[in-house]
Design a protein around this ligand. Sequence first.
Ligand SMILES: [Zn+2]
Length: 364
Amino acid sequence: MEEAKPTGLRGQLGELCYNSGLLGSLQRMRSWWRRDLRILAYHRIMPLPDPATYDFDLELISAPPERFRQQMLLLKRRFCPMRLSDVAAMLDAGEELPADAVVITFDDGYDDNYRIAFPILRELDIPATFFVSTGHIDTGEPYAYDWLVHMILLTDASRLVLPELGMDQPMPADRPARRKLAGNVLDRMKNISALDQAAMIERLAREWRIAPDAVYQDCRPMNWDQLREMSHAGFEIGSHGVHHWMLSKLPAAELAQEIMGSREALLRELGPHPLLLSYPVGSNRSYDERVIAMAKSADFQLACSYISGTNPQPSHNRYALLRLAVERDMSLGWFASTLTLPSLMSYSTPDYLGKQVGTSACSP
Ligand SMILES: [Zn+2]
């Protein structure tokens, strides 16, 4: 098994708690006084690639297959995995959720969700929700943020010129520095409008002649046949918008199209099913009251952010549910400790608006 070796303080503390054998007792004690809904947020499940030859965003990899399996076995042993639509039904009925309730979610819709995560979840009989950007499922085109990282890693341009972001600098020669630069560009671009982001990525693809028309095995969305198979097997498929655009950074017409268009695509392809939503990007600069109102008016039952935390009273924030991100450097011990002691062990969330918003890095 590819085991992560946590180097940060939280990871080491998590390992220590796990190895102490005290987590079980701590969890029982905690569930007496705090009954909160934990929602795990995954992106990709795939073998950890060699960063020197992998041409896409490493930050989207949540766990390699065997570690994901171990995480799911731990959940099955110690927690109460639930379907998100069952959570919504219990909230509607005013019922209290079971102690140690946990929901497993995936964002974006990469095909490793079907090839790797789905068989493991089905074998272990653990429910999960897969939030997909329906435009990418329709076209098979790679996700734009991942494509941007790909282009910055591979371009032979000597300078990175992004007037949209006030950036003009030499392109670093080595790959780790290019990855860092790509992360910086991703973070900065999330301040500009979603349509300007899309136009900037399209411009670079044109200028650098790296058009996202090829099908890359490392960067492929699922297709509707795969999603139908997962849906028939009892897994939930939810909306992550159409184009993976930041909903709060869209004009009204485009916002409506992202929410209503993804809803219609899901109903058209999968038939009637519970409507669940996860905001693309999911930080506190990616959704607002206008977005929440649109989600409600489109009959979505609840919606997930990517802000770190658990949900003590999910009926109060059912359109802005907090989640716990799972990242590729998270060992099994850190994972277990994050679930038992989330406020201590989880990743913290950058606060982009100067508000107090829970405590996780916002990934694409
Ligand atoms: Zn996403």
